[in-house]
Design a protein around this ligand. Sequence first.
Ligand code: SF4
Length: 414
Amino acid sequence: MSGKRGNFSRREFIKTAGGASIGSVLIPLSSLTHAHGSSSTKLPEQMIVPKRTFGKTGVNVSILSLGGVLGIYDQLIFRQAFKMGVTYWDTADSYGRGNNEKAIGKYFTKFPNDRKKVFLVTKASTSDPPRLTEKLNASLQRMNTSYIDMYFIHSVNDVKNKLTNEVKAWAEKAKAKGKIRFFGFSAHKNMENSMLAAAKLGWIDGIMMSYNYRLMVKNEMKRAVDACVKAGIGLTAMKTQAAFSANFYASIGSETDDALKMTENFLKKGYTAEQANLKVVWENPNIASICSAMRNITILQANVAAALNKKNLSEGDKKRLEQYARETAPCYCAGCANICESAVDLDVPISDILRYSMYNHSYGDRDRALMLLNALPADIKANILMADYSKAEKYCPQKIQIGKVLKKTYEDLT
Ligand code: SF4
């Protein structure tokens, strides 16, 4: 990367151009209301997001899943998502400290007939069966529903110790009681090993894992996806934008200007880089759905437009994405935590902290980043500043400046 460090005006130009171009690649709001009469009118089939079968569950789910943290006052987003066929909704008991689930509950109270048309996913950050029962019951109550379609254990990176026979028995009991239909887990790090281990278990119905243009080309990820497909595990991709903040990385000395030219190329082709990132993942038919944080109607419209656009990316587009991934590798943590964390003398969840940094700088979700970092035990937080990261940086396949990013993240969030 040879661009000039600190060239913020160029970045701002690209950011602005990207925002301006969105208008040409959106589903027009008028098509949701005026053109088809009242807002309650059903959209024509060609404007409804397509579906794919979710592994052995046999359920057809929308290829776009409504994720992220929405609040009680975001009812319009739920309503428009439903109308556009985005009927796979993802949440977690921790999102907005339960408020995301409450917002969904508010929607189902107003539109009770929509419940059975939505594939509803929530997650709990525990693998202790009694706590799972408590958390499941609380989620059901908050969402004003008697059942969850897919219940995930949140952020599993150690399948052997988290998905025990006790958890299996708990899941079977919850299914028998009609409280959950299917069971699985989400994975932000060590995804490939977790997926391979889950495929061997035989009782996992679904996995939501980090998966994007950077990760999907790696042989380990290809093998993990194949194993899950053979085991009938439905797959949902998350973190498909593989986002990073150029300004943040420039502030610690990482140069990314040349790589940002990639976004200009996509704009010239009529879609945004964000839409290209979704499309390349959908081109793998083994991915049933993409979970995307859609915090406003504009993002929803852009994502739906990408889902409806049947034109495949060209080989040139895919090469551009691969080049972009290579050039910006030091700005993206691939979640291979066993490599860096075992090379540090102290206990530091490196990959998790890099994800919190991403929430803060790339998603603009400082609250979530603050909550997650501050939930770490005091001794672990103290380790962040004291640890020696030189070996971890040497082994990191992405060549991330781990020490600098972690220390900056600590300063920003404490
Ligand atoms: S910091 Fe590097 S080694 Fe560690 S999880 Fe991220 S990409 Fe892998």
